[in-house]
Design a protein around this ligand. Structure first.
Ligand SMILES: [Zn+2]
Length: 132
């Protein structure tokens, strides 16, 4: 299970977002249920996750399972994915040290990739079409 590779990542690029700052986009149409990319980074505990959240304005941490989180600060792509209540991607479990980004519906060429960040505070500051 080591060295899982997912080919669609090559079609994902970082660009200017209508939602917030920079975001992730795709240069091709991607059907629903496709694995897009692996989410990897530094594996940290919940305690360390909370410490980093309190210390920094922006963190790029994904919850993996139990007491395990993945800090993607040093990633080149996945850290830029934005939240949208009408998200088109979701995160599923990967191998022992990764998560996987998959499409939860068909995505058009040049559409922004989004997920539901899934923590309470995001909905209060969300500017998506549903919340704005
Ligand atoms: Zn919203």
């Amino acid at each position: 299970m080591r060295n899982l590779t997912i080919d669609l990542e090559q079609y994902v690029f970082v660009g200017e977002s209508q939602i917030h700052g920079t975001g992730l986009f795709t240069t091709i149409h991607i059907p629903k249920g496709s694995k897009i990319m692996l989410i990897t980074g530094e594996l940290i505990s919940e305690e360390e996750c909370i410490r980093r959240e309190n210390e920094k304005d922006n963190v790029y941490i994904f919850w993996k399972n139990d007491d395990c989180y993945i800090d993607t600060t040093h990633s080149t792509k996945i850290k830029y994915i934005n939240h949208d209540c009408y998200h088109n991607c979701e995160v599923i479990d990967g191998d022992e040290s990764s998560l996987i980004l998959i499409t939860s519906r068909d995505i058009s060429k040049y559409e922004e990739l989004t997920i539901d960040y899934g923590y309470e505070e995001i909905y209060a500051e969300c500017n998506c079409r549903k919340c704005a």
